[in-house]
Unconditional design. Structure first.
Length: 304
């Protein structure tokens, strides 16, 4: 049931998006975390399927999940034990909606989307993850990926570590970005949605991101967080985006991220307010509920 928790956390949140080196944007993201609210969440959907399909898929997934979480917000606040199943129900609803859309629009056949949702309530972090969008926790100067990576990259890295493949072969393997689980209107092979939440601590920093952020190695992401211990989330998100831009990588994917800093302080005691979504190189800010970008293809596909 609903419980009171100490300490009371406030949150410093900043989000940013870039189309990277792509011609159009297939990510969709929404951050709804307000200081003083009982519950907040970040939703990120990374679409695939090419122009007029990947961006539609991510829009559908974000919209359906947002609708489900908004409808169930009161129940989740009263009984936190229902949050994991609420997240699973939301993913199933989004998957069903994708199937219906493809049935009515055959030109969108093959489209799909990853899904990553982080729910913050009291001192708890709940999440659901389908695909390869990373959820990072930076705690005590160490960066950890909390969620599973549903792509072939993990299996390939295991083969490299075992000596069955060279590091160069693993880095450039053509199947590295093939997804092993994704929302695309068919049964979902793998869902990462723990029944037990992570207990947050003051000083934690969370990063909810699409896999485009991982063009930066984890050690570089960690270095940004270590080098800016007193910076706000907006400065951190800017530094990460600047690091990606410096790569000048012609294959840089769409990048979306939300940085959430957990502050051990009462709401209203000088903690920075939630920063609105900033869209970088994509033109205008998306609609709050149904962001949709018509901007570039993606090279990922579901493993069959």
């Amino acid at each position: 049931m609903h419980k009171q928790c100490e300490p009371v956390f406030a949150f410093d949140v900043a989000s940013a998006m870039s189309r990277g080196a792509r011609d159009y944007q297939e990510d969709a993201m929404l951050a709804d975390i307000a200081n003083g609210a009982d519950l907040g969440f970040v939703i990120l959907a990374d679409g695939m399927g090419g122009h007029a399909a990947g961006d539609v898929a991510s829009q559908i997934v974000l919209t359906e999940v947002f609708r489900a979480l908004t409808f169930m917000r009161g129940e989740m606040v009263v009984d936190r034990t229902c949050i994991p199943e609420t997240l699973r129900d939301a993913a199933r609803a989004a998957n069903s909606r994708l199937r219906s859309h493809v049935e009515m629009h055959s030109e969108c056949s093959g489209m799909g989307s990853t899904l990553l949702v982080a729910v913050l309530i009291g001192d708890e972090l709940h999440w659901i993850s389908i695909g390869d969008s990373p959820l990072f926790l930076f705690r005590e100067n160490e960066l950890t990926q909390l969620n599973e990576d549903h792509s072939m990259s993990r299996a390939i890295d295991t083969m490299v570590a075992a000596g069955a493949m060279s590091a160069a072969e693993g880095k450039d393997h053509p199947d590295r970005n093939v997804l092993t689980s994704v929302l695309y209107g068919k049964p979902i092979p793998h869902v990462d949605c723990p029944d037990t939440p992570l207990t947050l601590k003051g000083g934690d920093t969370l990063i909810v991101a699409s896999d485009g952020l991982q063009f930066l190695p984890n050690v570089e992401i960690e270095a940004v967080l270590r080098d800016q211990p007193l910076s706000g989330s907006a400065e951190i998100s800017d530094s990460l985006m600047e690091g990606l831009e410096r790569l000048q990588d012609p294959d840089l994917d769409n990048v979306s991220l939300s940085v959430v800093q957990v502050k051990t302080a009462p709401t209203g005691s000088g903690v920075r307010p939630v920063v609105p979504l900033r869209v970088i190189e994509t033109g205008s800010i998306p609609d709050f509920v149904q962001p949709m970008f018509s901007i570039g293809p993606r090279t990922k596909g579901a493993a069959g």
